[in-house]
Structures are given as C-alpha cells and as structure tokens.
Ligand binder design. Structure first.
Ligand code: PTJ
Length: 262
C-alpha cells in the first residue's frame, strides 16, 4: 500500500493501473516500457500541460469539431490510462471509438471493447476489422470499414510513426498525443499534442465543449464559426509547436541544473 504522502504517489498509482491492466489482458508488457519512456519526457515537461501543448489542444479541438467522420483510436495503454475521458471525448465530438493494436489479438481487442463499454461507450469499432491501410508493417494496418477506414480525422496516442505517416498519406488528418516531440509520430501528425494523454484528453473534452457551445451561440446569432476554426487549424504550425515543446524541456533542464549548482 503506497502512502498518499509519497512524493511520487500519483505516478506510482498510474504505474499500478498499467500493471493491473496487464494482469487483465489489456496492456502488453511492451506498453509498460513505452510508458516508462513517456515518463522521462513528462519529467522534462515538468509534468504539466505546457503553453505549446495548450495551443495544440485548441487546434486539435478545432479539427475534431470540423471533422465529418472523426475516430478516436484506442490501444492497450490508453484503454487503461483514460477510458472515461476517451468515451467522453467521443461523445462530445460525435467520434467513433476504434480499437487499434500494435500487438493485436482478438482477446485483447474484446477486453478493450469491454472496458470502453463499462465506461459508457455505446459501440466500439475495430474488434473485427476487415480493411487494410497500405504502408503499415504491423497489425495496426487492420482497420474497421465503418471507422478509421472511412474517417477524415483520427486521434492517436502512444503510437508508432509508420501508421501516422500512412494515415496522412491517405489524406486523413492525424491528431497525435505523444510526450516525445522527437518521435516520428510527433513529426508526421497534422497536430501533435506533446502532453501526457492523462492530462490532454480531459483538456480536449473541455475545449471541444467550449467550441461546440460557441458554435451553437454563433448559430443562433446567425454567425458561422467554421471559417474561424479552419483558420485556426491552418495557422497551426506543427513543426514550430514541436520546437516550442523542446524549448520548454531544455529550459527545465537548465533550471534544474542551475538549481543543483547553488
Ligand atoms: O496496445 P498496443 O498493442 O497497441 O501497443 C502499444 C504500445 C505502446 C506498446 C506501442 O504503441 C508502442 O510500442 O509504442 P512506442 O513506439 O513505444 O511509442 C510510444 C510513444 O508514446 C513514445 O513516444 C512515448 O514517449 C509516448 N508516451 C508514453 N506514455 C505516454 C506517451 N505519450 C503520451 N502520454 C503518455 N502517458
């Protein structure tokens, strides 16, 4: 039993959730390693949502509101880290939830479906995928005909670069949540939120709600918010934003360094 007074209590609890997810057959062991890599980057970010991440969250929310067929891709880690938030996000932006796994097995896909349904999802796609996305070497290439296959915007988190690249090549817009601003996923995505998925998803829900409310008010007043949202998306420069996240990390390193020199 970990004391709530332990300075790393929250972080330890998150690890325990992933270990528990592994015992239940949801998370793979490799997912625990991936989480450890994420933790290191999160440490450098100061374990909070930074200014650049907030800007990326705003652009992502605009993309989701503008989308005609948005899909939220769920893997073993995200199913354990933020199932409630993913279901809420799908609800607020009329998105579909689709299981998509690197280490795919039917059993895992069904377990993740079960988890999402327990958290309030009506329907989960990708459990029996029939379509293939070209250019992906892993099981991630298998997608649902009614989900990622026909989507225009896909949100991915803890992802590997080749799928992001392949989805973008297919003309889809990809929103990536990735703590590593140097990853291939981060560089290939349309919008990358360099933040922990645990913090980013609730922020996205808030932002989509805010935009939807503004859209409704605009509608009543005869205004159209779509062109503002389109401008917001086209003004977003992903490479520049990634550079800003890296700068935050570098500043934090130097702050720590000068602190230890005192
Ligand atoms: O559940 P599966 O079978 O689909 O497998 C999922 C894993 C995570 C094993 C698979 O996608 C994988 O190997 O991912 P990678 O290539 O290790 O990439 C994970 C990326 O997510 C890395 O850039 C990490 O820094 C980042 N990351 C780790 N934890 C988080 C994170 N990003 C956001 N939030 C996190 N909590």
């Amino acid at each position: 039993m970990i004391s709530k007074h332990h300075p790393r209590y929250e972080s330890i609890k998150v690890r325990e959730r992933l270990v528990d997810g592994h015992k239940k057959g949801i998370t793979v062991l490799e997912g625990l390693i991936a989480h450890g890599r994420g933790e290191a980057f999160d440490y450098l970010l100061g374990e909070k949502t930074t200014g650049p991440a907030s800007n990326a969250i705003r652009a992502s929310a605009a993309l989701l509101v503008l989308a005609e067929c948005p899909v939220i891709s769920v893997n073993g880690n995200t199913a354990v880290l933020c199932p409630q938030g993913l279901v809420e996000l799908a609800e607020v932006c009329n998105a579909k939830l689709e299981v998509n796994l690197f280490y795919r097995s039917d059993r895992r896909a069904r377990k993740i479906e079960e988890t999402l349904i327990e958290h309030g999802a009506d329907r989960v796609y990708g459990v029996s995928p029939t379509e293939v996305i070209d250019g992906i070497a892993s099981e991630r290439r298998m997608v649902d005909k009614e989900g990622i296959f026909k989507s225009d915007v896909v949100l991915v988190a803890l992802e590997d670069g080749d799928r992001t690249e392949a989805l973008v090549k297919q003309g889809k817009k990809v929103i990536a949540v990735d703590l590593n601003p140097l990853s291939r996923t981060a560089r290939y995505a349309t919008v990358t939120v360099v933040d922990n998925v645990i913090r980013a998803v609730p922020e996205l829900v808030k932002e989509v709600r805010r935009l939807k409310n503004a859209q409704e008010r605009g509608g009543r007043d005869g205004g159209d918010l779509s062109s503002d949202l389109e401008m917001m998306v086209s003004a977003f420069d992903n490479q520049k934003n990634l550079g800003e996240s890296l700068e935050v990390m570098c500043r934090n390193i130097f702050k720590e360094y000068s602190f230890s020199e005192e």
